[in-house]
Design a protein around this ligand. Structure first.
Ligand SMILES: CC(C)(COP(=O)(O)OP(=O)(O)OC[C@H]1O[C@@H](n2cnc3c(N)ncnc32)[C@H](O)[C@@H]1OP(=O)(O)O)[C@@H](O)C(=O)NCCC(=O)NCCS
Length: 188
C-alpha cells in the first residue's frame, strides 16, 4: 500500500469521516438516528465528558489519492505529568494488515515524544487490538473498565462536527493499556 502519512487538510474531511464510520464513529445528523447501527428505540448512554478533537492538531491520516484509508489522533491525559492518551485509530477494513495502522501509530507516538510525552495510555474493547498494541508497541495491561458510549466534538477552526463513537457492538469492557515513550534527544 503506497499511502502517504500526513496531517489532514480540510478537503480530506469527507473521506476522513467515511473512514471512521467503518469503526462505528457516526456524525450526528439532523433528522437521523444518533447511531444507525442500533435499533431506533435503543437507549444510548454517553460519558458526561465530551471528547474534543482538534482536527488541525495531533491528528494523522494515511491517504492514497483522495481516499483517507486510515486516521488516528491523540491528546494529553495529563500534560504536566507528560502522560499522553490515544483517542482513536482506524484503518478501513479493506486496507488493514498492510502496515498502515502501524505507520499511523508510530507517527503519533513520534509526535508525542517530540512534545515531551513519557507515557502513553490506551483503552480498547477489542481483544485483537489489545494484542496488536501489546505485541507491536510494548504495551502492558493495567486492568478493565466499563465502556460507555462517548459523545465527541471534532472541530476545524470554528466548524464543529458532533459524533458518537461506541467502538464495537456487544462489548462493554475496555482494557486499559500503558506503554513507555523513550525520550528523543531534542525533545521539548
Ligand atoms: C487496529 C487497526 C488500526 C490496525 O490497523 P492495520 O492497518 O491492520 O495494522 P497493521 O497492518 O500495522 O497490523 C495488523 C496486522 O497485520 C500485520 N501486517 C502488517 N503489515 C503486513 C503486510 N504487509 N502483510 C501482511 N500482514 C501485515 C501486522 O503484523 C499485524 O499482525 P497482527 O494482527 O498479528 O498483530 C485496525 O485493525 C482497525 O482499524 N481496527 C478497528 C479499529 C480499532 O479496533 N482500533 C483500535 C482500538 S483502540
Amino acid at each position: 500500500m503506497t499511502a502517504e502519512i500526513r496531517a489532514p487538510r480540510r478537503h480530506d474531511l469527507p473521506s476522513l469521516f467515511e473512514c471512521v464510520r467503518t469503526y462505528e464513529f457516526h456524525l450526528l445528523q439532523p433528522g437521523g438516528t444518533a447511531d444507525p447501527g442500533m435499533p431506533e428505540d435503543a437507549i444510548l448512554s454517553v460519558r458526561n465528558r465530551i471528547v474534543e478533537v482538534d482536527l488541525r492538531q495531533r491528528c494523522w491520516i494515511a491517504v492514497e489519492g483522495s481516499t483517507v484509508l486510515g486516521f488516528c489522533c491523540w491528546g494529553w491525559l495529563d500534560e504536566v505529568a507528560r502522560q499522553a492518551k490515544t483517542i482513536l485509530i482506524c484503518v478501513r477494513p479493506e486496507a488493514r494488515k498492510s502496515g498502515l495502522g502501524s505507520q499511523l501509530q508510530e507517527r503519533r507516538m513520534l509526535e508525542m515524544r517530540e512534545q515531551g510525552a513519557r507515557e502513553l495510555h490506551t483503552w480498547s474493547v477489542d481483544p485483537s487490538s489489545v494484542r496488536w498494541y501489546q505485541e507491536h508497541f510494548g504495551y502492558r495491561a493495567l486492568g478493565e473498565e466499563p465502556l460507555r458510549h462517548a459523545l465527541h466534538r471534532w472541530y476545524w477552526d470554528d466548524q464543529s462536527y458532533w459524533g458518537i463513537h461506541r467502538g464495537f457492538r456487544d462489548r462493554d469492557m475496555l482494557t486499559h493499556l500503558v506503554t513507555d515513550l523513550p525520550t528523543l534527544e531534542n525533545a521539548s
